[in-house]
Write a protein that binds this ligand. Structure first.
Ligand code: ADP
Ligand code: MG
Length: 299
């Protein structure tokens, strides 16, 4: 870029009508550009300045267009960082997306229903989603994928497991800081509770969970998954009254997705030949023979 030694006007009138007086000549200002961009926290413009200016020149943008082009780069970069930070805060156990979900592998799921949930209208409304189904059918995958959709739409999301959540609330009760923990789990707009029903709960867990669900009721959404049908939740919580009080609130404004079918993990293993029929030779693929398959170690 051509350097100009032309001095700047001594005063510039700002939008608010207050006169600001830039100091130094243009060459000095160009020298200070990096520092000024840093001070203004315009890191993306600073990092990509040469490339952005070259591209702006190549496209023959006028000054206003070039400024808009630079600002757009900064906004995009800040949005990307916000997303990355929100994804970290959400504490997802792994990265899974809806694009990576094979609907053909799980015909009991209606893809239109999941795509509708991916719009996150239910999160905006404070509704709940209950995902039910046996192990390996994609419940956690869908929770993470829907959670990521919610994050990308600007909602605060926290992923936890039923064990971690209820363990924390039980500890809170013992240590006298239950209130703080209830408040913490009430904060995110979407709380994802994975794997309810896999492991036995402490006797007071149901009551504590009820307190949390009541607090979040019609305020924030809960996305919960369980390997046990809701009819068995009184066994899960060890208390019929508490279980029906939880379900009453959870299911009031809710979408229930019941997944029936085979474990995707085992399907993958069958495909890769890690599953063998118990009696040899009846099936070339090892799938669908009369004898039950011998599982390789589950992960
Ligand atoms: P669940 O929570 O129901 O036990 P997961 O969601 O953990 O099952 O699924 C087990 C593994 O299989 C995960 O790695 C998941 O990404 C994958 N998986 C499950 N179902 C599908 C599917 N329909 N398409 C693609 N991957 C799947
Ligand atoms: Mg799971």
């Amino acid at each position: 870029m051509a350097r100009s030694k032309q001095p700047l006007p001594t005063t510039v009138t700002t939008a608010s009508g207050v006169a600001a007086a830039p100091t130094g000549d243009i060459a000095q200002l160009v020298e200070d550009l990096d520092a000024m961009l840093t001070r203004l926290r315009l890191g993306a413009i600073r990092e990509q300045l040469d490339g952005l200016l070259e591209e702006a020149a190549r496209r023959q943008l006028n000054l206003r267009e070039a400024l808009a082009w630079l600002c757009a780069a900064e906004v995009a970069s800040k949005e990307q960082r916000r997303l990355a930070m929100a994804m970290t805060i959400a504490h997802f156990p792994f990265v899974r997306t809806l694009e990576g979900f094979e609907f053909e592998a799980q015909p009991s799921i209606d893809p239109a229903k999941i795509r509708d949930l991916a719009t996150c209208r239910w999160v905006a409304n404070g509704d709940n989603v209950v995902l039910l189904g046996p192990p390996g059918v994609g419940k956690t995958h869908l929770e993470v994928a829907l959670g990521r959709e919610a994050v990308s739409r600007g909602y605060t999301v926290q992923f936890t497991t039923a064990m971690e959540l209820l363990g924390s609330l039980v500890k809170g009760q013992q240590q006298g800081n239950l209130e703080m923990r209830l408040a913490q789990y009430s904060k995110p707009k979407l709380l994802i509770v994975d794997e309810l029903g896999y492991l036995p709960l402490e006797p007071q867990a149901g009551h504590l969970f009820f307190q949390l669900i009541s607090r979040r009721y019609e305020q924030g959404s809960v996305l919960i998954s369980s390997n046990r049908p809701v009819e068995e939740w009184d066994e899960v919580f060890g208390d019929q009254v508490v279980a029906s009080a939880i379900l009453d609130r959870l299911l009031h404004h809710s979408h229930v997705v019941t997944i029936r079918g085979d474990s995707y993990r085992l399907r993958e293993k069958r495909r890769s030949g890690l599953f063998r029929p118990q009696t040899g030779g009846s099936s070339s693929s090892g799938i669908g023979g009369a004898a039950p398959p011998t599982p390789a170690k589950e992960d």
